[in-house]
Design a protein around this ligand. Structure first.
Ligand SMILES: CC(C)(COP(=O)(O)OP(=O)(O)OC[C@H]1O[C@@H](n2cnc3c(N)ncnc32)[C@H](O)[C@@H]1OP(=O)(O)O)[C@@H](O)C(=O)NCCC(=O)NCCS
Length: 183
């Protein structure tokens, strides 16, 4: 039984440096469990290779990446989304919380913020795990390609994008909420 099915409520807040270890834990579990449905063991290990909590600190401090995190009162951080300019750079949900609307809520929040910053599209380098999820959310594949993972293996992935409404439209239209979301 997924823990999230028993305690599905979560809220979304801005990520902060003290979240780095929790972001890494969600990332690692999502890749090892959800990634394994599409990629081989060696591809999954190469995907997580070299990732650490420090990567998130560097992304926040040095690279200007902004994070939104989904937080369950009892479990803590159960998902997160990182973005910079018009790009979604990461979106990971703990496997115990998958298919409960966490990824959709994080994506919609990030899209609204990107639109509010004045960008007219959102771009994503999507894994094949995320591809059907992003298609459901209106993204189109621009190019299929191979992505070099931290461990050096090339894995199939896709560049995807979606037009978003201008800043005024986005501010006027709150993101769609799903059962369980409080924030
Ligand atoms: C992709 C990911 C972020 C989705 O998060 P999530 O919280 O499970 O997504 P949601 O619950 O909001 O899903 C909404 C809908 O998207 C679709 N969807 C989600 N995951 C899917 C999958 N693996 N395959 C097909 N459709 C999927 C479903 O239609 C789902 O609705 P349903 O559960 O009512 O059928 C999550 O599976 C994940 O972390 N994957 C591993 C990391 C990754 O590949 N991230 C994206 C690239 S960086």
């Amino acid at each position: 039984m997924q823990l999230g099915k028993i305690l599905p409520r979560f809220r979304i807040r801005r990520g902060r440096p003290s979240d780095a270890a929790a972001l890494y834990a969600v990332h690692e579990r999502a890749v090892r469990v959800l990634g394994r449905r599409v990629y081989s063991d060696s591809q999954v290990e190469s995907w997580v290779h070299g990732t650490s909590p420090d990567c998130y600190l560097r992304a926040m401090h040095d690279d200007g990446e902004a994070f939104e995190v989904a937080v369950s009162r009892l479990r803590g951080i159960v998902g997160f989304c990182g973005r910079k300019d018009q790009e979604i750079r990461s979106l990971y949900v703990d496997p115990d919380w998958s298919r409960l609307g966490v990824g959709s809520a994080l994506l919609q929040r990030a899209e609204a913020m990107i639109a509010a910053e004045g960008h007219d599209k959102v771009v994503i380098g999507a894994s094949l795990v995320g591809l059907p999820f992003y298609e459901l959310h209106g993204y189109n594949v621009v190019k299929h390609r191979h992505w070099r993972t931290g461990g050096g293996l090339m894995i199939p992935a896709a560049d995807m994008e979606k037009p978003v409404a201008g800043a005024q439209d986005a501010a006027a239209r709150p993101p769609r909420r799903r059962a369980g979301q409080r924030g």
